[in-house]
Design a protein around this ligand. Structure first.
Ligand SMILES: C[S@@+](CC[C@H](N)C(=O)[O-])C[C@H]1O[C@@H](n2cnc3c(N)ncnc32)[C@H](O)[C@@H]1O
Length: 268
């Protein structure tokens, strides 16, 4: 059973942690790409195999997401994105309590929690699966002012009106772009709900920004920068977490400011 724990993980465990679960990772001989990673969890006396991308199953088990990704695999991303955003705010002389954040792919609220820790005042979560919202309300009931289960590319007129009138000046999107998660079209829809001049804080796997990228994200983000849609303030490669074999997975954290909406033709 894996059991390494980072200092950040230990600190986070204080708030909402359920009893420790027994978790087994695959053998090192099973070479797995990130989207095929899985673990086994002992539940009611039986080992259940769960894919890392089956977020619905993971969120239904209190504490599993935190124990697996943060304690065992040492995920740093919510801390890194919140810290870099705070640094940019300080550099520009902005107060965090002026931020009204839309957190896209909010999951069970770990990013929201970090944003509250840096002093963000307004925070709305959005995720595409109901289990994410249920877990966030169960484990971090005070973090979000509102949390919507929706596909941002197909918002109902009422929810679109509601979100558009919130006056978002920041978008966060952490550990949720690429693979089978958030596509460029959904990123565009959320980005366009933020006002011009707003902050955009997100991360993406380094491979998706490389010349070999086939996801379309590399060209998409290059175009946002080159055509003056997104001004990049910080781009930092860092260790997002380890994979199930203990090897580092690197992501790039990006903090920028929005200059204008993303036109539909920019989406790959
Ligand atoms: C790895 S989790 C990250 C959760 C959280 N941001 C964090 O860092 O702890 C990815 C989340 O993105 C959500 N997601 C995937 N596709 C989405 C979409 N099209 N729109 C909104 N959320 C989506 C998943 O349901 C999941 O909760």
């Amino acid at each position: 059973m894996a059991s390494r724990e980072s200092p950040a993980g230990k600190a986070r465990r204080s708030s909402t942690r359920a009893a420790t679960l027994q978790i087994r990772l695959p053998r090192p001989s099973d070479r797995l790409d990130q989207d095929a990673e899985h673990c086994s969890v002992l539940l009611h006396g039986e080992w259940r195999r769960i894919r890392f991308h089956d977020y619905d199953e993971i969120y239904r088990i209190p504490g599993l997401y935190e124990q697996l990704f943060h304690d065992i695999l040492d995920c740093q991303s919510p801390d890194v994105i919140a810290k870099l955003l705070k640094e940019e705010l300080q550099r520009g002389g902005y107060e965090p309590d002026s931020l009204r954040v839309l957190d896209l792919g909010a999951g069970n609220g770990l990013v929201g929690e970090q944003l509250r820790n840096i002093g963000v005042s307004g925070l709305v979560g959005v995720d595409i699966i109901p289990e994410a919202r249920e877990a966030a309300l169960r484990d971090r009931p005070d973090v979000y002012d509102a949390y919507h289960v929706t596909d941002v590319t197909r918002l109902s007129p009422a929810l679109h009106r509601d979100l558009a009138s919130t006056g978002f000046n920041t978008l966060s999107c952490v550990a949720a772009l690429g693979y089978a998660d958030i596509p460029p079209e959904a990123f565009r829809a959320a980005f366009n709900l933020v006002g011009d001049g707003g902050w955009i804080a997100f991360n993406i796997k380094d491979r998706f920004l490389s010349d070999e990228d086939t996801s379309g994200f590399a060209a998409f983000i290059r175009r946002l920068r080159d055509e003056g849609v997104l001004e990049l303030m910080t781009m930092q490669r860092y260790q997002h977490r380890r994979n199930v074999h203990g090897e580092p997975l690197h992501y790039v954290a990006i903090i920028g400011t929005k200059h204008r909406n993303i036109p539909v033709e920019f989406v790959p």
